[in-house]
Design a protein around this ligand. Structure first.
Ligand code: SF4
Length: 330
């Protein structure tokens, strides 16, 4: 795996205006605030956090399915946020997304062949024989029989539909795949098969992945690194073994405790996740995690902890791991 980033995100911001009427101003949802991470070529990063933390908004901002308000998304050396819509469309053949709900993301009135053919035609492939070849190859890659091409989405199981979603992403031979909760709508028994499929594709084709999930356990076997998000911000980033063996941020420790591990003692040695994620309309002052944090100090509600490198390849935003340490404020 090369260490050169294929994707580098810096200062990404996305806010939404909600509500508002003749008599009241709209409220601002701080969905994504100053998010930064990078993914090495042929590497995979897990973006993990509870529902509502902004991870799926980040995923969509990368492909400009949602337009970010600020920041940089540099893919293979080009800042995607500065591209015209037509240039962006052409870059998307190298940068594909797999959605969470395989049924909702497939058009029920189109056969699998029509679904897989459309992106090829959009990107200028006209030869019928080449199109048929690419469709057949994509179906074979995801373990679906060739006659699946003639069938409609309702004729498949949930796991098979997600395989069709993966084939649709693969048919353009991308170099980077954003997988947005690709297994969370599937039965546990099917999840393992789809994860194994994605891991195999990554190895065979040298693909790079951003793997979005609410479940730390899901990214464990497929990712090299993990970035943990809380209320729109990345609060810890580290290699997978460090996140599992020695999570530093109290929130990561809670996610880790909630994730199934083979050693039950290790699971319960960490604090369990408590409380609800606060509203992104009015995030808590200082460290946004302080109302739920078992280690909170007076300083935590006043001062937002900056993201800091605490070891090579490890970053965390928490006053427990700041240069001045917790002692002076506790
Ligand atoms: Fe907890 Fe304070 Fe660290 Fe935030 S900065 S995670 S409140 S100890």
């Amino acid at each position: 795996m090369s260490q050169t980033p294929i994707l580098a995100v810096k200062g990404l911001v996305k806010r939404f205006q909600v509500g508002g009427s003749l008599f009241s101003r709209p409220a601002t949802v701080h969905a994504v605030e100053d998010v930064a991470f990078s993914v090495p070529a042929q590497g995979s990063l897990g973006l993990v956090g509870e529902s509502g933390c902004g991870k799926s908004t980040v995923a969509r901002c990368l492909l400009r399915l949602i337009e970010p308000d600020a920041g940089e998304v540099v893919f293979e050396g080009v800042d995607l946020l500065g591209l015209s819509k037509s240039r962006m469309r052409s870059v998307r053949q190298h940068l594909q997304i797999i959605f969470q709900d395989p049924y909702a993301s497939l058009n029920p009135r189109r056969t699998v062949a029509q679904t897989l053919t459309e992106p090829l035609k959009v990107h200028g492939l006209q030869s019928a024989s080449e199109i048929n070849e690419r469709v057949a190859a994509a179906l074979a890659e995801v373990g679906l029989p060739a006659d699946s091409a003639r069938r409609y989405p309702h004729e498949f199981s949930g796991g098979q539909r997600q395989r069709i979603g993966i084939a649709r992403a693969l048919v353009l031979a991308p170099r980077f795949i954003v997988a947005d909760e690709p297994v969370s709508a599937l039965d546990v028994s099917v999840q393992a098969q789809v994860l194994k499929l994605l891991d195999g594709l990554r190895a065979r084709h040298g693909l790079s992945f951003l793997f979005v999930s609410h479940d730390l356990g899901v990214v464990r076997h497929i990712c090299d690194r993990v970035a943990v998000m809380y209320l729109g911000r990345v609060i810890e980033e580290a290699p997978v073994p460090d996140i599992f063996d020695q999570p530093l941020h109290p929130y990561t420790q809670m996610l880790r405790a909630a994730s199934p591990v083979p050693d039950p003692k290790a699971r319960f040695a960490l604090p369990r996740i408590i409380g609800e994620i606060p509203s992104a309309v009015n995030p808590p002052s200082g460290c946004a995690f302080h109302p739920r944090c078992p280690d909170a100090m007076p300083r935590c509600s006043l001062e937002a902890p900056p993201m800091r490198e605490v070891a090579p390849g490890r970053r965390v935003a928490c006053h427990l791991h700041s240069a001045s340490g917790p002692a002076e404020n506790s």
